[in-house]
Design a protein around this ligand. Structure first.
Ligand code: FMN
Length: 193
């Protein structure tokens, strides 16, 4: 049973109050009510520069403002990412955050001439995405490419499995539907998945 969960809020608006914030709160409530330990990361409230060079990636240290997040992610057995779909992908702020977090020694251990070792095995993830378009269009016409890239080149590459998805298309969503989706997140929190 998943005990330790970190919820990573990737909406770039630090003011909160979006559907994704209500979903994150509901997930956290459900998980805590079921006796799980929950930590939360609000990427929009963190201070960090963008990563600029491979040299910094390989030999530099994470910005001080991101070290607690890296610790929380290492601590957790289950990661829940939430973000709005921006141009078919995650918003740049979340990508910028993850480029620092996924430095060598955190997700992968690189060996000269050998295959990199996956350091995140044993963890699982859920990716929660809201989008303007209908979900079917994103899945079938666009092949969910931005989320697939995230899953394949960052999460499963580093050993995370299973990776579950919750996609929500807002184009035809009324209040009733939104509150149903929030309840759905509470259930996932209770189950720790
Ligand atoms: C910069 C930007 C790019 C967006 N790109 C897409 C997109 O490619 N596909 C899509 O379905 N919705 C897109 N949207 C709509 C957002 O996904 C949608 O508004 C968001 O999930 C709802 O969250 P919010 O209104 O709480 O921010 C975009 C919105 C913004 C601001």
């Amino acid at each position: 049973m998943t005990k330790r969960i970190v919820i990573i809020q990737g909406h770039p608006d630090p003011a909160g109050h979006h559907l994704l914030h209500a979903m994150a709160d509901a997930y956290a409530e459900g998980a805590s009510a079921a006796g799980r330990e929950v930590r939360r990361i609000e990427v929009a409230k963190l201070e960090f520069p963008l990563l600029r060079t491979q040299e910094d990636f390989e030999t530099g240290a994470s910005p001080p403002g991101l070290r607690p997040s890296q610790e929380d992610m290492r601590w957790a057995e289950h990661w829940v990412f939430l973000f709005p779909l921006w141009h078919g992908m995650m918003p740049a702020m979340l990508k910028g955050f993850l480029e620092h977090i996924f430095r060598p020694g955190f997700a992968m251990e690189y060996k000269e001439g050998g295959c990199p070792k996956r350091l995140l095995a044993g963890r699982s993830a859920r990716i929660v995405v809201t989008m303007g378009m209908p979900v079917l269009l994103y899945r079938w016409y666009f092949g969910a490419y931005g989320v697939r890239g995230f899953e394949r080149s960052m999460l499963s590459f580093a050993g995370i499995k299973p990776i579950r998805e919750s996609f929500f298309g807002l184009s035809f969503a009324d209040e009733k539907k939104r509150s149903h989706w929030i309840d759905e997140m509470r259930k996932h929190g209770r189950r720790g998945d």
